[in-house]
Design a protein around this ligand. Sequence first.
Ligand code: SAH
Ligand code: SF4
Length: 362
Amino acid sequence: MASVIGSVLDKREHDRSDILAMLQCSEEDVPLLYRRAAAVRDRYIGNTIFLRGLIEYSNMCGKNCLYCGIRRQNDKVVRYTLTNDEVIEAALTAHRLKLGSIAIQAGENWSKSFIDNMEELIRTIRKLTDGQLGITLSLGEQSRETYQRWFEAGAHRYLLRIEAASEALYRKVHPDDAMHRYERRIECLRMIQETGYQTGTGVMIGLPFQTMSHLADDVIFMRDFDIDMCGMGPFIEHSDTPLGVNGADNLFMKERFNLTLRMIAIIRIIMKDINIVASTAMQAIDPTGREKAIACGANVVMPNLTPTKYRPGYKLYEGKPAFSEINEQNISGLKLSLIPGTTLGLGVWGDTPHYSRRMARI
Ligand code: SAH
Ligand code: SF4
């Protein structure tokens, strides 16, 4: 008997019911879904895995997202901000190791000194690497002017997860105040896209109150927003947060992990030529999590370059790997033997063809 998922996979366009069918297909059909997603990646963008050296610049955050370990009200966190020298050193390490680009991430900070300093850092890194090192930012909600300034300074990709595309669900996992508005998140994503960044978003998978229907809406949101990059990961409890008071709930962790793999595969099948990250949170649940994500369609990995002494301070969720995983011998931190048929994209930015196609249409 032909598999049910086979006929869905063979469609040229997928509607909401197809997305739900892929999300809920039987265990026997899952390998077919994953294999198709990897084949779509290889066909549309090739089998090269691109690297972004992750620099966790600061854990100071003005916001209070109910799921996040570095939320403002978690007073157990020892706050840090890297010095400019430390950021530059990490960036130069990325350049030396031929990672091609870096991603600077931090809690949300809207102060003038933060914004000015970031602009300066972006310019300095571009200058010191002769414009060769790509720069992605993930610094949360900012003003249009700030997005513009950082773009002009030389950053060219920005990642701002919508977290949950359903407004009702978004409200359940954020405080109900002016600093955590769904409309503002959307507005910022729009401004990022309009500024000219390669624009990335994503969601957490396995949030409390989340249903399959929400996940189908997440896929539709990313498709309709025409994003260039997707970063998704399982939600993992942090015991010092309102949504994690009982600690990591391992009973359902495997389900969240598997559902994240399905989401990656589905986004790949539907959006075809975008960049999809194999997130660190996958690795927190399964030591070979990122390799598994690549085997079902992801094509970007973010080895951590944050100086080791700061890593315990950037615990967004529990079990986040804090060890140093990359060096001259293994610059991706990947167990490449587990993902046959892929190669590493060294010394290149690894931009998506999706972005150039989108810009050509504007
Ligand atoms: N402050 C910025 C960037 C840092 S947070 C921002 O919020 O955009 C980066 C991402 O970490 C968030 O977008 C969120 O999706 C993820 N994250 C936070 N807490 C998490 C948790 N408990 N489990 C899994 N992912 C989490
Ligand atoms: Fe701050 Fe980002 Fe964590 Fe929200 S998810 S509390 S904005 S670091």
